[in-house]
Design a protein around this ligand. Structure first.
Ligand code: SAM
Ligand code: SF4
Length: 328
């Protein structure tokens, strides 16, 4: 699959649910309305779609959400996708808030998952509770250490928020180094209505990186995971730190991914509204050939890049859907 700008599309992110057991302030409003079940693809439908993408050249699949591990029986999907590893699929990963990892870490490893991303924005329990609106940090920490014990490589994702966790990046980097985790910092993106003002929260990571350099030696590396982060080796810890900077740096040039929502809507770009409806295609009884043709037609519409701008005058997000819909 090559898009109109010559980029090979090899990475599919799949949001398996829009639901979540947390309500991170930058991601969701407190009183979110979730989708009715009939609109959500079954695990079999998701597996069939993923199978078609793999047939067409997708080598990496990341399962995300919402919180993917709160979907009932989601391990069935990991098992069926894991069985495709080595058969077109090269890597199966997951992004999770970690609350259910204690239960699922061993099964994920058994299904063939080798690396996971866990979101953890702070190490301070009270701050964690405030940022997630009601989360208990112990649950996520227990999950992280269960995943480590299961042999999974762990990358911690933290969204950088001005005045909230900006004083903690040194501590997070040290903690990750101590436990053998990579760290990835993410700029807040203007996606979906939340309670509050986003422009107040936005913290450019170029500034964070400059501050970190006062304490840490960040060496350039060409390490890449197939995602949008730019990585550095941290000399003092032997681990890596990545920066995802959609707002200050255009990360679209090397974009290799598309995103499938739990309703079967394919977004060719995180920051644009154009989409393709695969639930309709599947439920109309499409053959494999018809499914493949519909996927290729969607890839042919992949736009050149996003245009994230916070609409300051109206305090409106650049993209109306929440990150939990498209999958982070
Ligand atoms: N629930 C899982 C989790 O939190 O890891 C997976 C889904 S979550 C939407 C995926 C990632 O998107 C998380 O690391 C989260 O911090 C990030 N995220 C959510 N809303 C965001 C926003 N508005 N800007 C930047 N990152 C965001
Ligand atoms: Fe849930 Fe993840 Fe969004 Fe937080 S970032 S509310 S854990 S989906």
């Amino acid at each position: 699959m090559i898009d109109p700008f010559g980029r090979p599309i090899t990475y599919l992110r799949v949001s398996v649910t829009d639901r979540c057991d947390l309500r991170c302030v930058y991601c969701m409003a407190e009183d979110m309305t979730f989708l009715p079940k009939a609109e959500i693809l079954s695990l079999e439908e998701l597996d069939r779609l993923c199978g078609a993408f793999i047939r067409l050249g997708t080598g990496k699949i990341r399962i995300t959400g919402g919180e993917p591990l709160v979907r009932r029986d989601v391990m069935r999907l990991f098992d069926s996708l894991g069985a495709r590893l080595g058969n077109g699929l090269r890597e199966l990963t997951v992004t999770t808030n970690g609350t259910q990892l204690s239960r699922h870490a061993d099964a994920l490893a058994k299904a063939g998952v080798r690396r996971i991303n866990v979101s953890l924005d702070t190490l301070v329990p009270e701050k964690f509770a405030a940022m997630t609106r009601w989360g208990k940090i112990e649950k996520t920490l227990d999950g992280i250490f269960a995943a480590k014990a299961a042999g999974l490589a762990i990358k911690i994702n933290a969204v950088a928020m001005k005045g909230v966790n900006e004083d903690e990046f040194d501590a997070l980097l040290a903690w990750c180094g101590e436990h053998g985790f990579d760290l990835c910092l993410i700029e807040t993106m203007p996606m979906g209505d939340i309670d509050g003002d986003r422009t107040d929260q936005y913290l450019p990571l170029s500034m964070v990186r400059a501050r970190l350099r006062k304490t840490w030696t960040l060496d350039d590396t060409d390490y890449a995971t197939g995602g949008p982060a730019r990585y550095y080796n941290v000399a003092e810890t032997g681990r890596r730190i990545g920066f995802i900077t959609p707002m200050t740096h255009n990360f679209c040039e090397s974009c290799n991914r598309v995103r499938l929502t739990c309703t079967g809507t394919l977004y060719m770009c995180l920051g644009q509204d154009d989409s393709a409806d695969f639930r309709r295609v599947l439920r109309a009884g499409a053959s494999d050939d018809e499914l493949d043709a519909a996927i290729l037609a969607a890839i042919a519409r992949k736009p050149k890049g996003h245009d994230f701008i916070i609409d300051r005058s109206h305090n409106r997000p650049a993209v109306a859907r929440h990150m939990s819909v498209t999958g982070g």
